[in-house]
Design a protein around this ligand. Structure first.
Ligand code: 6PG
Length: 471
């Protein structure tokens, strides 16, 4: 066994994969799991990497097996388990020892833990890790938050285990305290919207155009050769191509249409509302997941109102329309996500490196896609600007918004729900409307509450209309 300064607690799927990744990159690692049998099995199955891994059977043994200054990664379920683990571990550690929470923590919890650690002079990092099981094992995207010196101490390891985009590590320090976990939450919000938009296009192919799963698989595979090339489009093709070993039918057709969620997308929406940031496509995606779980109600609704959707007329939409709509929708959902990051950066004084956020998402994470490289370039060239106004994306939107409009309109006529695409379109239309209808809202507010308005001619604020007691 080699003495290690890196440790890991929690050998669930993600923790086990991360530990193997660390060992494989040449860093000896000590591990501990609450259930000793899990630790033993993990070590027994580590193969060639076993000599790099020190399995331990108590927290004390974990700490004793490590060389100070230690860095211990927590891979336990987000929430109270993290606090319990920190409370049990901290008394065993020295002052220079670092605890790293690598779970999907709510950034408010990370802020609180960071504050508590700083007050006691202890070291704590909260890092967002994306890429699922495969990413954890072979290269995730890592979004760090906490004291920069603490990040610098472990950045060599984190960069080594991270995904690489053209040789560049996808592991970046985002800012103090909960900044890394906030960026990860927004990643997940975008993940929800990207997945939902793909699912809506899938719905049009399946129900509006009557395509069978293998044909849909081919379509996604084709799109994955173009501008839409991304992990999510790729796997959408793969899942559509898979056959159920039990029935021989397409696997996708055997899956109940009730989507789960662990809450990170919801957190993104809640924070956006707190910050008065507009992320309607992400909100629509979270709402769509919520509605998907109302299976009984949806079935009752179908019995009352009749089944939707109906088949589209043969020439209603082309496949090119669907591709262009998905490109436009995707840009709009990323524009919203980056806008939220920008608002949070200002509100929490994080100074988030937005181009670096796009760069760190180029490989390893669930939303990785070719487009993110262009987004990184746009955010670098046009700092502080909404992505939809950056020249390259302006071009895509000019070329694609008609198709998005057609897709949303035809889908609405056929009763095909496309909430995320429709929200993306509404966002686009609102963001290019110089004269909105909010003058009516202001008039109503003034009428019933004397809230006052600004005049368009003189620019004077606090004005009142000639109605009621203000007339
Ligand atoms: C990632 C994913 C991951 C996510 C799960 C489940 O970046 O690797 O975002 O962290 O938490 O895939 O998320 P839901 O259960 O909320 O869909």
């Amino acid at each position: 066994m080699t003495s290690s300064s890196i440790g890991l607690i929690g050998l669930g799927t993600m923790g086990a994969m991360l530990a193997l990744n660390i060992a494989e990159k040449g860093f000896p690692i000590a591990v501990w799991n609450r259930t000793t049998a899990v630790t033993r099995d993990f070590h027994a199955q580590a193969g060639d990497l076993a000599p790099m891994i020190t399995p331990t059977e108590s927290l004390e043994a974990l700490v004793a097996a490590m060389t100070p200054p230690r860095a211990i990664i927590l891979m336990v379920p987000a929430g109270p388990a993290v606090d319990e683990q920190i409370a049990a571990l901290r008394p065993l550690l020295g002052k220079d020892d670092l605890i790293i929470d690598a779970g999907n923590a709510n950034f408010h919890d990370t802020n609180r833990r960071a504050e508590a650690a700083a007050a006691k002079g202890e070291l704590f990092l909260g890092i967002g890790v994306s890429g699922g099981e495969e990413g954890a094992r072979h290269g995730p995207s890592i979004m760090g938050g906490g004291p920069k010196p603490a990040w610098d101490r472990v950045s060599e390891v984190l960069e080594a285990i991270s995904a690489k985009y053209q040789g560049l590590p996808c592991a970046t320090w985002m800012g103090e305290a909960g900044a890394g976990h906030f960026v990860k939450a927004v990643h997940n919000g975008i993940e929800y919207a990207d997945m939902q938009m793909i699912a809506e296009i899938y719905g049009i192919l399946r129900d509006g155009m009557g395509l069978a799963a293998p044909e849909i698989a081919t379509q996604f595979a084709d799109w994955n050769e173009g501008v839409l090339r991304s992990y999510l489009v790729e796997i959408s093709g793969q899942v559509s191509a898979a056959t159920d070993p039990k029935t021989g039918k397409p696997m996708i057709d055997m899956i109940l249409d009730r989507a789960g969620q662990k809450g990170t997308g919801r957190w993104t929406v809640i924070e956006a509302q707190h910050l008065a940031s507009a992320i309607p496509a992400i909100e629509a995606a979270v709402t769509a997941r919520n509605l998907s779980s109302r299976l009984e109600a949806r079935r009752a609704g179908e019995a009352i109102f009749g089944a939707a959707p109906t088949r589209l007329p043969a020439d209603a939409l082309s496949r090119a329309d669907l591709e262009a709509a998905l490109i436009a929708g995707k840009i709009l959902c990323y524009a919203q996500g980056f806008d939220l990051l920008s608002a949070a950066s200002e509100a929490f004084a994080w100074n988030l490196p937005l181009p670096a956020v796009a760069e760190v998402w180029r490989e390893g994470c669930i939303i990785r896609s070719d487009m993110l490289n262009d987004m990184a370039a746009a955010l670098t060239a046009h700092p502080g600007q909404n992505l939809m106004f950056a020249p390259r994306f302006t071009d895509y939107l000019k070329a694609g918004h008609d198709a998005l409009r057609r897709v949303v309109a035809r889908a609405a006529e056929a009763g095909l729900p496309v909430p995320a695409l429709a929200s993306g379109l509404a966002y686009f239309d609102m963001m290019r409307t110089g004269r909105s209808t909010a003058n009516m809202i202001q008039a109503q507010r003034d009428f019933f509450g004397a809230h006052g308005f600004e005049r368009v001619d003189t620019g004077e604020a606090g004005q009142h209309g000639p109605w009621g007691s203000h007339g």
